[in-house]
Design a protein around this ligand. Sequence first.
Ligand code: ATP
Length: 292
Amino acid sequence: LVMPLGQAISAWTQLQTGLGALTRIQEVLGLEPEHEDRPERPGTGGSSAGAPLLELDGVSFRYPDGTPVLNAVSLRVAAGSRVALVGPSGAGKSTVLALIEGFYPVDSGVIRWAGTDVRELPRAGLRARLGYVEQEAPVLAGTVRENLLLTRPGATDDELWAVLADVGLTEVVRRSPLGLDVLVGDEGVLLSGGERQRLAIARSLLARPDLLLLDEPTASLDARNESLLRDTLAAAGADRALLVVAHRLSTVLDSDEIVVLDQGRVVGRGTHHELLDSSPLYRELASAQLLV
Ligand code: ATP
């Protein structure tokens, strides 16, 4: 009796873990904003020619508990471009992504998508154009295939292998004879924090978003994982825009623009080399990471 009982408990625990992860994934993919969508108003859905894909214009925000976080933040992400957000811990970087995802409404200022105030756009439509990979990206207790097909159930095996190659996970998955059908976790392939995030990036890329929002893990990555993340970002940015919250400057040095946030304000913007000249805070971050 003890053996089957143990197995049943283990299966139940796995199911709970799986359901928890699934709920989290659905929260991120699943179009459930914390605030109500405003009704669509006729005549406001069109995009303005020449407008950036995404624009934050003087955005200020405090959390519902009153914590003030962002103060008149402006930034633009052009289609196909790569923008990085850097700054000390607590500067408000992840909050910028949460606002773009629509988890909270802004207090003042505007977020525009292709020139249109996002409050005028149906939230589900916008979410479909955005990929969002959090720091602690949830991985489903299932197979690699199940994890990937969540965002595009009709993807072919060739497409799955191609996206795994983009994120540097081919070897890890090929190590098992089960390939795409290997379980993720104790009973299959054990993934490190960096690998879990790259699997989540693969899942997002399969949905072919116009803009990928990525919150880099804060946990230290070893040199190999760091360079794999750099390669992943290069592959991910090949045909879409990227907005990356970066904790390691080394992964975003070649961004089109790096925006420096400090205590909720933009205190510098430019390329890596421009910022080394113009931003004392950026120089400090760069020298702390041994880049200068
Ligand atoms: P890190 O580099 O450490 O990830 P960050 O720059 O991404 O930091 P945020 O996570 O955006 O910073 O947090 C900015 C501020 O907002 C912090 O003071 C944080 O404590 C606060 N904060 C974040 N999330 C919430 C929340 N859900 N409710 C209340 N305050 C929050």
